[in-house]
Design a protein around this ligand. Structure first.
Ligand code: AMP
Length: 189
């Protein structure tokens, strides 16, 4: 299975990505997690992206695309993967499409987790208290929502036209949302 999961910040992508990946025996690849690990380890990449992430902006495409292509080329992603948080704009969509095409591969589905943006801001503020993420202050959260609406949301109609979009109601208990995702993916066959 080659899958994407798309959703606004705080929609629960990371949580659901873990369950989906486990279910299909594929790696969940989160660009946000890769960047955070680099910041934590004080790498050159981490130093490059920290201020961008703290502001809630997108890391430049050439940096992000290269990381993803490198990660998808690793052995554990050979039979499938779930990308969480990538692509995030139409340029990245093109970069991913080109990579897959060049490798003779195609996506099976794009899961969209749909949640009302107002609910999400509240979720993110709560997560900020629990996890202490430096990109979870109110100003950054507002910017991340804006970046999502302006740059990432257009991906949904792109993937809908491609016949890949699986929209799932993301409001509810974690288990409930997970079952909806599996039901929707199973229904595609
Ligand atoms: P996430 O954990 O997916 O919410 O990502 C956290 C932050 O990492 C984002 O706000 C961006 O600054 C950066 N980031 C993650 N994925 C991407 C991407 N595909 N393109 C650009 N920046 C990204």
């Amino acid at each position: 299975m080659r899958l994407l999961i798309v959703g606004a910040p705080g929609a629960g992508k990371g949580t659901q990505a873990g369950s989906i990946a486990e279910h299909y025996g594929i790696p969940a690849i989160s660009t946000g997690d890769i960047f955070r690990a680099n910041i934590k380890n004080g790498t050159e990449l981490g130093r490059k992206v920290k201020a961008i992430m703290d502001a809630g902006d997108l890391v430049p495409d050439e940096v992000t695309d290269e990381i993803v292509v490198d990660r998808l080329g690793q052995a554990d992603a050979a039979t499938g993967f779930l990308l969480d948080g990538y692509p995030r704009n139409l340029h990245q969509v093109d970069a991913l499409d080109a990579y897959l095409k060049g490798s003779g591969l195609a996506l099976d589905a794009v899961v969209s987790l749909d949640v009302d943006p107002e609910l999400l801001t509240a979720r993110l503020l709560k997560r900020a208290q629990i996890e202490g993420r430096t990109d979870d202050n109110e100003e950054t959260i507002r910017n991340r929502m804006k970046v999502y609406a302006e740059q990432t949301e257009p991906l949904l109609s792109h993937y809908e036209k491609a016949g890949l979009l699986v929209s799932v109601d993301g409001v509810g208990e974690i288990d409930e949302v997970r079952e909806r995702i599996f039901a929707a993916l199973d229904a595609r066959g």
